[in-house]
Design a protein around this ligand. Structure first.
Ligand SMILES: [Zn+2]
Length: 158
């Protein structure tokens, strides 16, 4: 079903939504509190390259997603480093479907592999890393050295 949504930035965008009326209405209300895709992309482009590390219980992996900065201009290098393009969905998003932006992502099974991923982030010029211990994945036990729901922001020095 197509829905015209006026976003918080004032721009109108058409969204194709699925599911029961109530679910679509909630989604439209939530979308109206967010900026449109064009504004979001424009803002992302101006940010430093930012990666986010979370654990995803539903795939049994740690995932690093590129969540900010001009990833478009480095997409070939990103692809070559083994990242894939897809919906960036944390354990909490999975349950509440609060968020489904697409992002470049790479996954790894244990924290022992982290150094290798970190080298890739350095090589790509990523400057900021956000480690987020997603509430649900933390409750189900992962090795992130953070309290449940905790968040840590690190500046990566090139
Ligand atoms: Zn806009």
């Amino acid at each position: 079903m197509k829905h015209e949504v006026t976003h918080s930035c004032g721009h109108t965008q058409t969204h194709t939504l699925y599911g029961p009326v109530k679910v679509r209405e909630d989604k439209v209300r939530w979308l109206a509190t967010t900026e449109c895709a064009a504004c979001w992309r424009e803002r992302q482009r101006k940010e430093p390259l930012t990666a986010e590390l979370t654990y995803r219980h539903y795939i049994g992996s740690y995932v690093v997603a590129l969540v900010g900065g001009d990833t478009y201009s480095i997409k070939d290098a990103v692809k070559a480093a083994g990242f894939w393009w897809g919906a960036n969905v944390t354990d909490t998003d999975m349950i509440f479907s609060t968020h489904n932006r697409h992002a470049w992502q790479i996954c790894f099974r244990s924290l022992a592999e982290w150094e290798d991923v970190l080298d890739k982030l350095h090589a790509l010029g990523v400057r900021r890393l956000i480690v987020r211990n997603d509430l649900l994945s933390a409750a189900m036990g992962n090795e992130l050295p953070l309290p449940v729901g905790g968040e840590l922001e690190v500046e990566l020095v090139g």
